[in-house]
Design a protein around this ligand. Structure first.
Ligand code: SF4
Length: 256
């Protein structure tokens, strides 16, 4: 499995995002998440023994040093993205780290966007909600509007998580969010799942109409996954799903 072995990673040149600098607020030797998705490219959740979570000061210093180095090399990031080995909002100082990042961005690269990739499980916490409202790209996972699929594929660790809970809390952003959805099919422990069926897509579209995100990003499996019985969805199928969402007035991008 793939783990980010540094606190700050990149910059990576991407066609869609431009020059992207990544921030990993989780340990560099373990994946820690409030989901345990069957498709997670970091593998299944691990325990934290021997692992260390970077402090707010570590993040500030590492980001500042990296931005100074980039500036000296005449490079400016287009985006600073919080992703990495698990769920970034699990960090106890998440909001303060976002404030620091915005301050550093304003000082060193005012045109760069700050993006957070989160699985949405902690948006009910006032400090997480507040932090996500401050970033440019608040990218939140919403893989399915069917509870059984959520439990089977995303495998939330918290008991409070179900589809109705997600919809309620995602609506509270009043459109200041980008929804990210992974489409896939497969089988795990004898149970099949497929979030591209008509029933699934209809429920997903209905939820999106309620949530009204500024954008929807859809994608499928790209890298190695912790289990083998997963099937990638064809570009053609993804495009068909995207078109259905566009018909409802949603802006949709399909990852290639
Ligand atoms: S939410 Fe992201 S990091 Fe967490 S298990 Fe799922 S894919 Fe992995």
């Amino acid at each position: 499995m793939f783990l980010f072995d540094q606190l700050i990673f990149g910059p990576i040149q991407s066609r869609r995002l431009g020059l992207s600098l990544g921030v990993n607020l989780l340990p560099t030797d373990a994946k820690i998440c409030s989901f345990d998705c069957l498709y997670c490219e970091c593998g299944f959740n691990t325990t934290m023994q021997e692992s260390t979570i970077p402090t707010r000061t570590d993040v500030y210093n590492a980001l500042k040093t990296k931005l100074q180095e980039m500036l000296a090399a005449n490079q400016t990031p287009d985006v600073i993205t919080f992703a990495g080995n698990g769920e970034p909002t699990l960090h106890a100082d998440f909001e303060a780290i976002i404030d620091d990042t915005i301050e550093l961005r304003n000082e060193f690269c005012p045109t760069a966007k700050v993006s957070v990739l989160s699985n949405s499980t902690r948006i009910h916490k006032p400090h997480i909600f507040s932090a996500l409202n401050k970033v440019d790209n608040n990218i939140l996972k919403f893989d399915t509007a069917i509870d059984r699929t959520l439990q089977l594929v995303d495998r939330p660790t918290g008991k409070h998580i179900n589809v109705a809970w997600f919809i309620d809390h995602l609506k509270r952003f009043e459109g200041r969010l980008i929804i990210q959805t992974m489409f896939l099919r497969g089988e795990y422990k004898g149970e099949k799942f497929d979030n591209t069926t008509d029933v699934e897509v209809e429920a997903w579209l209905k939820a999106l109409v309620e949530i009204r995100p500024q954008q929807v990003m859809i994608y499928t499996i790209d890298r190695e996954t912790p289990i083998q019985q997963l099937e990638k969805i064809s570009q053609e199928e993804l495009n068909k799903i995207a078109d259905k969402a566009r018909k409802l007035g949603l802006e949709v991008s399909v990852a290639e």
